[in-house]
Design a binder for this molecule. Structure first.
Ligand SMILES: C[S@@+](CC[C@H](N)C(=O)[O-])C[C@H]1O[C@@H](n2cnc3c(N)ncnc32)[C@H](O)[C@@H]1O
Length: 236
């Protein structure tokens, strides 16, 4: 019998789930992706031109790895998340840095604590799938971007080729939750992960939502055989 997975995306439930997985979040990322997550974030950072010297916002920053990849490219980074235990782990990484530390702060993607047109770019890695209202979050991101500002969003997806899709879905639905149960104190989060990916808009479906929120120059790239997408766009 299939297990019903709770896809409750209200802020409190999501914050609570990420608070519970925070201590082992990085470990699980490395194990479950065979460290490809590091490569995906580096490629997302590399996709930005960073031609405008204004700061970059890394939203849903979690434990800070995307912000650090942006910093490696010389960007001034503001990193925001609404889950304090995740932010605290990010802060610990930033403290080890000599200079150019990302500036971390608590903030909800649906009501960003920033004025209009402050950022040259916004990145969100594996975060937008979790917000309660995707369209509202995209509008908020557009609001805080400068005209011409860039976006790079990473999100999990399902491979296009049927040959890859079947083994991937087996891994994603069976193996990944099994590993999650063993390594994390909140195993249910690793059942939520595949189910939330499968119900989230993918490729053209996601680009359509970006277009509706006012982004242009839209592009979707497949990474690693199409298990992750990078979505790029600009505020007109
Ligand atoms: C899967 S983690 C991704 C973390 C990080 N970006 C990474 O690449 O590992 C998703 C993050 O999004 C955050 N998040 C979810 N909904 C949010 C919201 N409405 N506002 C701010 N952060 C949110 C969670 O707290 C969590 O830290």
């Amino acid at each position: 019998m299939g297990t019903v997975v709770d896809l409750d995306k209200r802020g409190g439930a999501i914050r609570d789930m990420f608070g519970a997985v925070a201590p082992r979040y990085d470990l699980l990322n490395r194990v479950l992706s065979a460290s490809l997550d590091v490569v995906w974030r580096r490629r997302a950072a590399a996709a930005l031109t960073l031609a405008d010297p204004a700061p970059v916002l890394d939203l849903c920053c979690g434990t800070g790895d995307q912000a650090l990849a942006l910093r490696s490219r010389g960007a001034r980074v503001v990193a925001a998340d609404f889950c304090v235990p995740m932010l605290a782990l990010a802060e610990r990484k930033y403290e080890r840095l000599e200079d150019g530390r990302p500036h971390g702060l608590a903030g909800d993607a649906l009501t960003l604590p920033f004025g209009d047109r402050q950022f040259s770019a916004v990145t969100v890695s594996f975060g937008l799938r979790n917000v309660a209202d995707l369209d509202a979050a995209l509008r908020e991101i557009r609001r805080v971007l400068r005209p011409g500002g860039e976006t790079a969003f990473l999100e999990f997806t399902v491979p296009r080729t049927p040959l890859l899709r079947a083994p991937y879905l087996f891994y994603f639905r069976r193996v990944l939750p099994w590993i999650g149960r063993r390594l994390s104190s909140r195993g249910s989060a690793y059942r939520y992960l595949p189910e939330s990916v499968l119900e989230f808009p993918q490729r053209q479906g996601f680009l359509d939502r970006m277009a509706a929120a006012g982004f242009t120059d839209l592009e979707c790239r497949d990474f690693s055989g199409g298990i992750v997408n990078l979505y790029r766009g600009r505020r007109a």
